[in-house]
Design a binder for this molecule. Structure first.
Ligand code: HEM
Length: 537
């Protein structure tokens, strides 16, 4: 077989020239002009200065200079794959969403897994939350479930997102630390934000060190709404359950793997899919109504809480299979733009203040990251159903209205008038009753920060509990400020006394610090946490 060494000629300086011919196409500029010499710039004499008129040289360098775009402000390191979603159980009773009507029907899907804190070039096995972002290309437009592999979140209100992220990302003066180990700022923030304690438990657990993307759960985290054809709404939580179960590595392994193969997770997904070993997840929904929401000990609008599966079982309704790697990492995985506000008729938002903020943030950041409001023209972001609107122009616009109106209402009939509204098929917002004075107050119901953390810890096996103790001890041992260590251990007293004691001893504290007064009483005797399969190495 050809290895590309035909037609080799040496130039005057000994450089290699490879000629076109036969099946080998001619090298051209971006404008299509054939290139005679790609090894030498145009100079005034063999030893003279490079000439400005060398348009091939200038185009080549100019293009290279502009290869990078900003990495995502969070979740910068990720890896994506194509696949499909197939409905297995109709949800027509609870939603009018077309994609959830007919069992057996498939729609294309794209999924991007990610770490949160590390930069694009960081390592795969950081102790971190994993993003689990799913784009379903439905007949009614793109529906994105932009979730994580942990069912709860650090904060209750999106206004705190820049703070939690600043605290965990590299500091602006020194540009470290990365996500590998804890530092004062992150634990300072967590210890001053009791709402983060539940998520901190999950992040110190084996869940934060997945063996592979293929062995992770995914969660939509927020409570969303499903709305049926009659206009009746139910609350819903989305779950992705891996067919192969949950697996994690231990910290010791993670450290070694990061050193030996920082691309461990992406290599695993690439190899699995390329060898026909297609990972699969079950989509499950937890459905509940206003009565359940009112009777629940926690506010269903609080993203730091989950709904125990013992109280509301997860109903399996579909499967997600990843069966094709991307052809072009940049065009697809890097430029894909997930957004919580991408929903379809039959799905709706709730007043979760974290979700409401996310709905603003993603579109905003993507216009900067991808450079133009026309990022939906990039094939990975474009709907795979017909779409027509009155948008035009802007950077890289590809779909300007042609031969029809570009505004409405208009007097032009038929196709010339352009697309029209459809009150029956179109998205309508669920008319939830809202009635309240404007306020920045947080609901008192958001105030129990320890009960579910305790429930999670107690649901773990002894081995898993020891891993959590060790993770807290290791991470807090990197914190230099004694008061922050003590404050954090103080929170752990509310979670579990033995956990707090083990961490305090591991950190060499003289005694257990005082536990802060909880805003609401810590509940005991809750059902065990959901789907906590044993994590094996
Ligand atoms: C990116 C999940 C909260 C802002 C992402 C991604 C995921 C994710 C999976 C990566 C998307 C991709 O692969 O392209 C979550 C979850 C959250 C959460 C599950 C809480 C439940 C927030 C909040 C904000 C936010 C509260 C801001 C108010 C962003 C931004 C990006 C991002 C700006 C980068 C998007 C891009 O450049 O494409 N998030 N996030 N996230 N998230 Fe979140």
């Amino acid at each position: 077989a050809s290895i590309g060494t035909e037609n080799i000629q040496r130039g005057a300086g000994g450089e290699t020239h490879q000629g076109a011919g036969g099946d080998v196409p001619v090298l051209t500029t971006q404008q299509g002009t054939p290139v005679a010499d790609d090894q030498n710039s145009l100079k005034a004499g063999a030893r003279g200065p490079t000439l400005l008129e060398d348009f091939h040289f200038r185009e080549k360098i100019f293009h290279f200079d502009h290869e990078r775009i900003p990495e995502r402000v969070v979740h910068a390191r990720g890896y994506g794959a194509h696949g499909f979603f197939e409905l297995t159980d109709s949800l027509s009773d609870v939603t009018r969403a077309d994609v959830l009507q007919r069992p057996g029907e498939r729609v294309p899907a794209f999924v991007r897994f990610s770490t949160v804190a590390g930069s694009k070039g960081s390592f795969d096995l950081a102790r971190d939350v994993r993003g689990f972002a799913v784009k379903l290309y439905t007949k009614e437009g793109n529906w994105d479930i932009v979730g994580n592999n942990i069912p709860v979140f650090f904060i209750q209100d999106a206004i705190k997102f820049p703070d939690v992220i600043h605290s965990v990302k590299p500091e602006p003066d020194r540009d470290f630390p990365q996500a590998q180990s804890a530092h004062d700022n992150f634990w300072d923030f967590i210890s001053l934000s009791p709402e983060s304690v539940n998520m901190a438990l999950w992040v110190m657990s084996d869940r934060a060190l997945p063996r592979s993307f293929r062995f992770m759960e995914g969660f939509g985290v927020h409570t969303f709404r499903l709305v049926n054809a009659a206009g009746h709404s139910r609350f819903v939580k989305f779950h992705w359950k891996p067919k192969m179960g949950l697996q994690s590595v231990v910290w010791n392994e993670a450290v070694k793997i990061n050193g030996a193969d920082p691309d461990f997770h992406r290599r695993d997904l690439w190899n699995a899919i390329r060898s026909g070993n297609f990972p699969e997840w079950e989509l499950g929904v937890q459905l509940f109504d206003d009565d359940f929401a009112d009777s629940f000990d926690f506010d269903v609008l609080d993203a730091t809480k989950l709904i125990p599966e013992e109280l509301v079982p997860v109903r399996p309704v579909g499967r997600l299979v990843l069966d094709r790697m991307v052809d072009n990492f940049f065009a697809e995985t890097e430029q894909v733009a997930f957004c919580t506000q991408n929903i379809v008729p039959g799905v709706d938002f709730t007043n979760d203040p974290l979700l409401q903020g996310r709905n603003f943030s993603y579109l905003d950041t993507q216009i900067k990251r991808l450079g133009s409001p026309n990022f939906t023209h990039i094939p990975i972001n474009a709907p795979k159903c017909p779409f027509h609107n009155f948008q035009q122009d802007g950077h890289m616009a590809m779909h300007n209205p042609k031969g029809r109106a570009n505004y409405e209402p208009n007097s032009w009939g038929g196709a010339q008038g352009g697309p029209r509204e459809d009150a029956a098929k179109g998205f309508t917002t669920f008319p939830a009753q809202e009635d309240g004075a404007k306020t920045r107050m947080r609901s008192e119901l958001f105030g129990d920060h320890y009960s579910q953390a305790r429930q999670f810890y107690l649901s773990q096996t002894t081995t898993e509990q020891v891993h959590i103790q060790q993770a807290f001890t290791f991470e807090l041992s990197k914190v230099e400020t004694l008061a922050i260590r003590q404050r954090m251990v103080g929170h752990l007293i509310h979670v579990d006394h033995d956990l707090a004691t083990a961490v305090a001893q591991g950190l060499g504290l003289d005694s257990l610090p005082d536990a802060p007064a909880p805003a609401r009483p810590v509940l005991d005797g809750l059902p065990p946490s959901p789907a906590l399969s044993i994590l094996k190495n």
